[in-house]
Write a protein that binds this ligand. Structure first.
Ligand code: GLN
Length: 189
């Protein structure tokens, strides 16, 4: 199993390291041609407007839509979650629009710009350590989307088929729970 990390912006090396710890091969993805060789891809955190524009410039928007249509997996974390959503509250920036949900950028206000929490995750028997950095929230999901984790009653992770989204950064701790979740998902577990 090969999992790519989209290397346009954000923490790439950390995700590659965790993919490998979760038992798959990690590949740094800089060009659309490389999508042929991988089974799934992680879109890391960063700034969603910048990532969306770069994805558009380098041809990733259409190619990743085809990638998803071919049944391959995409895991968007933080800004990556935002670009996966069909609707970004109050914005029309370039994005993939693949997961049937409405998201709110920078949803945690000032005091909570950055914090950590231990989250319950559906189907995992242990909690996952999560780092939130100017994190988005999932405001609404359609019945196609399964809620995977909540923090204080609000949705912070969700899944639709082979698409996974998390508000937080799972790569900034030693906890490989979410990466393993994605690898298992791609293995149809
Ligand atoms: N606040 C960023 C945005 O709206 C996301 C932050 C992150 O990825 N850590 O794009």
């Amino acid at each position: 199993m090969k999992i790519g990390v989209l290397a346009l912006q954000g923490a790439v090396a950390e995700h590659v390291r965790m993919i490998e710890q979760a038992g798959a091969e990690g590949v740094v993805i800089k060009k659309v041609e490389q999508l042929q060789e991988i089974d799934g891809i992680i879109i890391p955190g960063g700034e969603s407007t910048t990532i969306g524009k770069l994805m558009h410039t380098y041809g990733f928007i259409d190619e990743l839509r085809q990638f998803a249509a071919a049944g391959k997996g995409i895991f968007g974390t933080c800004a990556g979650l935002i670009v996966l959503a069909t609707e970004i509250a109050g914005q029309t920036q370039p994005h993939l629009g693949l997961m049937d949900m409405k998201v709110q950028r920078n949803a945690f206000g000032r005091q909570r710009e950055s914090f950590e929490a231990d989250l319950q995750v559906k189907d995992l028997d242990h909690t996952v350590r999560a780092v939130f950095i100017r994190a988005p929230l999932i405001l609404e999901v359609s019945d196609q989307v399964e809620i995977v984790s909540e923090f204080e009653g609000q949705i912070v992770a969700a899944r639709q088929g082979k698409l996974l989204a998390a508000s937080f950064h799972p790569e900034l701790t030693d906890d490989i729970g979410m990466h393993r979740y994605f690898v298992d998902m791609l293995n149809d577990k």
